[in-house]
Design a binder for this molecule. Structure first.
Ligand SMILES: [Zn+2]
Length: 62
């Protein structure tokens, strides 16, 4: 018995939106997340890099 495919829409998972200034890239698991307590919430690594700093966009100085 197959699963009925009733929709032509892609089965998007609802994505979590992360404010740019709070987004961090984990160097350990390569996930972009919202860091909690300076740790990757996925793998608990502390090897995280702030995306804004990484791109050097300088939003705070605008
Ligand atoms: Zn991680």
């Amino acid at each position: 018995m197959s699963i009925p495919y009733n929709s032509l829409e892609p089965q998007w998972e609802p994505l979590e939106s992360i404010p740019f200034g709070e987004a961090v890239l984990c160097a350990n698991c390569d996930m972009i997340t919202r860091a909690k307590n300076c740790r990757c919430p996925v793998c608990e690594s502390t090897s995280i890099v702030n995306i804004a700093n990484l791109l050097n966009r300088g939003f705070l100085s605008m």
